[in-house]
Design a protein around this ligand. Structure first.
Ligand code: PLP
Length: 399
């Protein structure tokens, strides 16, 4: 779908046409996003907010209209609920620091799951070490499905937050967020969703999901690197203290006392990546023009096809066989190290990711050091999955 919009897909790697299957790590960029970045530097660039001159006002307009785009894209109530960050990782660190400061005390509990990315584990561990917060870990079954009844059992009167990925970056498991939101709220807790692997792939509506917070990255959704989002319910964000101090986030500073800006600016210290936010909005428009449901259906058909092709090959061990699975296929080849698989496929121009995928506890759950991962975007094709399957056979013949 729309391959011609992505110039990088034309290039050769080691003399072969590029087969790019590392989209869960980052997606390639369509020409319109690349143009938006260079056009802003060519004709608009100036620092945003409070500038009275023309360029500053235009750049501010681009930046703030990007906030409105993101707001509409995830159906937030208001742009005040959209905090721009560097990416999912920074959004989650902001949460651990700022939510942690306001809502968590020693002995309070946060529930995570076995399938979390390190960025939804380590900030909470850092908070645990600072404040004595208790982390509880919800298990998954062998197929990679969250054990919902076990999650329910982890709630206690001290549970304040459930923080969970919408889609696992390793297993592709799509978690039932609305059900988990209802569960968390019934126990008086909040729900934070790591949506790094969902927002790029299917419609995400924070009101329908009823989540309290949601984090995602621009670079995984055809946008630029270095820009991401934290959505939060206005009343909760309002109650949380700033995460970093500096310019842009203050109302008034004296040496005795500083008052902070209103939402969302109090969480956005320093010059924002205003070129990035504008380009992110262009990327969002690009996806919307294709249609998120259409993207989802197409990628789902690719995922199903890949699962079927790889399952038919001898010696392929597949991880993540849930019914609701999205755009990620992880596997190992019996008797061959994952790094060898990745290196040899690369020689054929096929880019997959190998290693622990920033999910070492999940690797431990499956008793492996690492896995190979093919992950899909709207521009991938069945022919590329066939190339992967042929590549796997060639790798196996070398051993
Ligand atoms: N969470 C999940 C599920 C991810 O897949 C990733 C990136 O791979 C992240 C968080 C971190 O995203 P970023 O590196 O863009 O901050």
């Amino acid at each position: 779908m729309n391959r011609q919009d992505f110039p990088i897909l034309e290039r050769l790697v080691h003399g072969h046409p590029l087969v790019y299957l590392d989209n869960a790590a980052t997606t390639q960029k369509p020409q319109c996003v690349i143009d938006a970045i260079s056009e802003e530097y060519v004709s608009v660039n100036a620092n945003v907010h409070r500038g009275v001159h023309y360029l500053s006002q235009q750049a501010t307009e681009f930046h703030e209209s990007a906030r409105h785009s993101v707001c509409r894209f995830i159906n937030a109530h208001s742009p005040q609920e959209i905090v721009f960050t560097r990416g999912t990782t920074e959004s989650l660190n902001l949460m651990a620091f700022s939510y942690g400061e306001r809502f968590l005390s020693e002995g309070d509990e946060v529930i995570l799951t076995q399938m979390e990315h390190h960025s939804n584990i380590v900030p909470w561990q850092m908070l645990r070490d600072r404040k004595g917060v208790v982390l509880r870990i919800a298990p998954i079954d062998e197929r990679g499905t969250l054990k919902i009844e076990e999650v329910e059992k982890l709630f206690t009167p001290r549970t304040r937050l459930l923080s969970i990925c919408h889609v696992s970056n390793v297993l592709g498991t799509v978690n039932p967020i609305r059900q988990l939101a209802d569960m968390a709220h019934a126990h008086g807790a909040h729900l934070l969703v790591d949506a790094a692997q969902s927002v790029p792939h299917f419609p995400v509506d924070v009101q329908a999901l009823d989540c309290d917070f949601l984090a995602f990255s621009g670079h995984k959704m055809y946008g630029p690197t270095g820009v991401g989002v934290l959505y939060g319910r206005e009343s909760l964000l309002d109650a949380m203290p700033p995460y970093q101090g500096g310019g842009e986030m203050i109302a008034r500073v004296t040496f005795e006392k500083t008052t902070y800006e209103r939402l969302p600016f109090k969480f956005e210290a320093g010059t924002p990546d205003y070129v990035g936010t504008h380009a992110l909005a262009v990327g969002i428009d690009y996806m919307k023009a294709i249609g998120m449901t259409r993207i989802h259906e197409y990628e789902k058909s690719l995922t199903d096809y890949a699962m079927q092709r790889l399952a038919d090959l001898p010696g392929v061990i597949l991880y993540g066989r849930t019914d609701d699975k999205d755009a990620v296929v992880s596997f190992n080849l019996a008797g061959i190290h994952h790094l060898d698989v990745g290196t040899l496929l690369d020689q054929l121009g096929i880019a997959i990711r190998t290693g622990h995928h920033c999910a070492q506890p999940l690797m431990e759950r499956y008793g492996v050091e690492g896995m190979c991962r093919a992950s899909f975007a709207l521009y991938n094709t069945r022919e590329e999955i066939d190339a992967l399957a042929d590549g796997i056979l060639r790798v196996q013949r070398m051993f």
